[in-house]
Design a protein around this ligand. Structure first.
Ligand code: URA
Length: 245
């Protein structure tokens, strides 16, 4: 769904897109000119036949409420000791689009919602440029807790958190996953290939189409790559529009 022109304009401004006509003559730009130029099965399960509470197998059978509770009370890794709160994910639980980031930052840790800081504002702008509202997509992270000082997620932290994201993906059953940045791409695709090799093509996470693009925080530091990010998002939209409903 397209938003109204003033709102769209505000988001384009946030993307750093410069339009040269006088404001009164500006028309709604085409999509091209909108370019962002600018298993864990636990030992307990095997031994006892019944999944231990919060084991990978137990998580894999959870509905939304128990999953949310399991995340909120999780102490699987060291990150529980430094978090303010967990950051579960937000949006439409029946979304066609699922965006997966890396981990909560300071703002997200404080507010309990993913992508609410500066990177989140850019993500919102990217969604608007696609004609999507934040409420109609789902946004989650690989890690549900903030790594102190925003350091990179550690492999054991990713492993501990993986069943939660896996279950979110199963429950949402999106038409498309957009992996935002290297950590999301590597964790979902089980690869260490550079982003440059992963972008620009339709990949797959357990049968669900997956597109890799830059992390919004990277784009804030490297605005020249917004144009490439827009190309990724256009590819993503083609995948959603061509996938069976
Ligand atoms: N960066 C992320 O990867 N996720 C957030 O929620 C915020 C910033």
């Amino acid at each position: 769904m397209k938003s109204s022109e003033p709102i769209r304009r505000a988001y384009l401004d946030a993307l750093g897109i410069t339009l040269w006509e006088p404001r009164a003559k500006q028309s709604i730009a085409s999509d091209t000119t909108l370019a962002l130029e600018a298993s864990t099965v636990s030992a307990d399960t095997k031994r006892l036949g019944t999944p231990a509470p919060n084991s990978g197998a137990a998580v894999a059978a959870m509905g939304w409420e128990s999953l949310q509770e399991a995340v909120a009370t999780c102490k699987r890794c060291v990150l529980h000791s430094t978090r303010t709160q967990t950051v579960f994910g937000v949006g439409n639980r029946r979304a066609q689009w699922l965006f997966v980031g890396e981990a909560p930052g300071a703002d997200e840790d404080r507010q309990g919602e993913p992508f609410v800081g500066r990177a989140g504002q850019l993500l919102n702008a990217m969604l608007e440029a696609l004609g999507l509202k934040r409420e109609e997509v789902y946004i989650a992270n690989v890690l549900k807790c903030r790594p102190p000082g925003n350091r990179d997620p550690q492999p054991n932290e990713v492993e501990c958190c993986e069943p939660f994201l896996m279950r979110q993906i199963e429950l949402i059953a999106p038409r498309l996953i957009v992996a935002l940045g290297r950590h999301a791409a590597h964790s979902l695709l089980k690869t260490e290939a550079p982003l440059s090799r992963l972008r620009g093509q339709r990949l797959s996470y357990r049968g669900t189409p997956l597109i890799v693009t830059f992390h919004p925080a990277y784009l804030l530091r490297n605005p020249a790559d917004k144009r490439r990010a827009w190309d990724d998002l256009c590819l993503a939209r083609n995948v959603v529009e061509s996938s069976p409903s």
